[in-house]
Design a protein. Structure first.
Length: 540
């Protein structure tokens, strides 16, 4: 088919995927009102980005503000920059940053379609479109993707930029047996390097995708040489192309380097990386900055395999596993070595790296989730195309066998999508309930302390700061001396999740500081809200 027809299938399908994604997110936010804030991290992104804006504009920081421009944890500031850029969008303020995050979530779905379409170049154009739409649909029915994409969190924006980097590489240098490469390799490489730099600027772990890109280019180059297709390397100057990519990558990360040189790091900055160890990989328990934790599965099981069967936790349905395996088999049978190197490395390397951490966090898997859903899409499309080929020139038994494989693949995809969608709805309802609980807690705290009160809390400081504009200090980052300097008896309340302190923080400094408060001050229980207890600190 002509280039025009190829582009029509490519970008027509991408637009369809984007429209489906926008409709999905719009429905979820309409059915389950949610402002994107939960836990501590999302509040921190919102608060820290505003503090950085005040610093940039010369506006003084509010006295007692929970989040300042210094002391950020181990995060880069790329997502903060996204939130600041979003303020220039028509809604303005925090709503603009939220809108930009939602736009990148929609864009990630469209890029997943395009990259799957490009890697499926060995298929017919209709089958490539089916592969892309299947991959995009699988992504939209993963609750971890939708709930994180509707939150003020950096994971999905990082996925967007990593996907764009991979797409630019594969678009410029496709597998040698699928199409001719496009020229201007230095320009394409620079664009890919900038996109990957943006991904790392948002989340440091995105740098692991560089391993996948390097594996793809190495295998693709060797395959091209064996086939006598050296000209398909573009302008035959790979060193220039690599240099352009490195320069663009470094330029994008220059603001992060400047920030690190001019701002004080938070106390968590080294503790997270220090707690990463190969010993965690096969372990079901760990100890990190947030205390000890025990899990039902080993770290490597969670990060490597759970994304393909833990639907209730927000991952894909277990029914999808055969489709992902079928995708790997198809790439092997069709000798798509470069594409296989890209998706397998994209899946394995980050999964193993995250298995060294002390946490089992579902959203961490989003950085390599595209590789998994692309395999699913290729598996489904190959099954369907097998039927078409069998009908054209196959025997009766081949037609029956191919039809059976295709029907099973489609049924599995449909079943997995339905199961995944149920969990999407459940998780979105959970986030909406969390937001309501945070708002209720803030109202309870204000009713006890009144206007101008300050709070000692664990772990609810962020909601009190956001909803009640209440100066707050937690038990994690503040020792006894800092707390004593902050507390004003009669004008300070304490807000604690006592059950959380007694379990997660048992034996930690957090528990010690909670006991110190009881010994140093008189605390009177005044209210409860959900799992939190609100106390008045009335005297020493």
């Amino acid at each position: 088919m002509s280039l025009r027809g190829n582009l029509l299938w490519a970008f027509g399908g991408a637009i369809l995927a984007a429209v489906a994604a926008a409709a999905t997110l719009g429905y979820l936010l309409y059915a389950f009102p949610y402002n994107g804030l939960y836990g501590t991290d999302s509040y921190a992104y919102a608060g820290q980005s505003l503090a950085l804006l005040r610093e940039l504009t010369g506006e003084p920081q509010p006295e007692g503000a929970l989040f300042g421009p210094d002391g950020l944890p181990h995060w880069p500031i790329g997502y903060h920059a996204h939130l600041l850029l979003g303020r220039l969008l028509p809604p303005g303020g925090a709503a603009g940053g939220r809108l930009l995050t939602l736009a990148l979530t929609v864009g990630a779905v469209a890029l997943t379609y395009l990259l799957t379409f490009r890697l499926g170049g060995f298929l017919s154009l209709p089958a490539r479109a089916v592969a892309g739409l299947s991959a995009a649909g699988a992504l939209l029915t993963a609750a971890t993707f939708t709930r994180t994409g509707t939150s003020l969190m950096s994971d999905v924006p990082a996925m967007f930029w990593a996907l764009l980097a991979c797409l630019l590489i594969v678009w410029a240098w496709p597998p040698p047996d699928t199409a001719r490469a496009m020229g201007r390799s230095a320009a394409w490489a620079a664009a890919a390097g900038a996109a990957l730099g943006m991904a790392v600027f948002v989340r440091y772990s995105s740098v692991l995708v560089a391993v996948s890109i390097a594996a793809y280019l190495a295998v693709r180059y060797l395959s091209a040489r064996r086939r006598g297709l050296n000209s398909s390397w573009g302008d035959r100057k790979p060193i220039v192309a690599c240099a352009a990519a490195v320069v663009a990558f470094g330029l994008v990360l220059a603001p992060q380097a400047l920030y690190l040189l001019t701002h004080e790091a938070g106390q968590e900055s080294g503790s997270y990386f220090a707690s990463m160890t190969p010993g965690n990989i096969l372990s079901r328990s760990s100890t990190g900055p947030d205390g000890p934790a025990a899990f039902p599965r080993t770290m490597i099981e969670f990060y490597l395999l759970s994304p393909l069967w833990d639907a209730s936790g927000g991952f894909l349905s277990g029914a999808m596993l055969p489709l992902a395996l079928l995708g790997i088999v198809v790439l092997l049978v069709r000798r798509q070595w470069a594409g296989l190197a890209l998706v397998v490395q994209w899946w394995l390397v980050p999964a193993v790296a995250y298995a060294t951490t002390p946490y089992q966090t579902h959203r961490y898997a989003l950085i390599y989730y595209p590789a998994i859903v692309m395999l699913i899409g290729l598996g489904v499309a190959s099954g369907i195309e097998g039927v078409v080929r069998a009908l054209r020139r196959g025997t009766r038994w081949r037609v029956l066998a191919s039809s059976a494989i295709a029907v099973v693949a489609v049924l599995i995809l449909a079943y997995g999508a339905v199961q995944g969608w149920r969990n999407v709805l459940n998780w979105q309802a959970t986030h909406s309930a969390w937001q309501a609980a945070d708002d209720a807690l803030a109202r309870a705290a204000v009713s006890v302390g009144g206007e101008g009160v300050r709070a000692v809390c664990m772990p609810a400081c962020a909601p009190l700061d956001f909803y009640a504009s209440m100066p707050a200090r937690d038990l994690y980052n503040n020792d006894e001396a800092a707390l004593a300097d902050f507390i004003r008896p009669g004008a300070t309340i304490a807000v604690f999740n006592e059950g959380n302190i007694a379990t997660q923080w048992s034996g930690h400094e957090v528990e010690t500081r909670r006991r110190w408060l009881d010994s140093a001050y008189t605390l009177e229980q005044a209210a409860t809200s959900g799992e939190h207890t609100v106390y008045r600190i009335v005297g020493r």
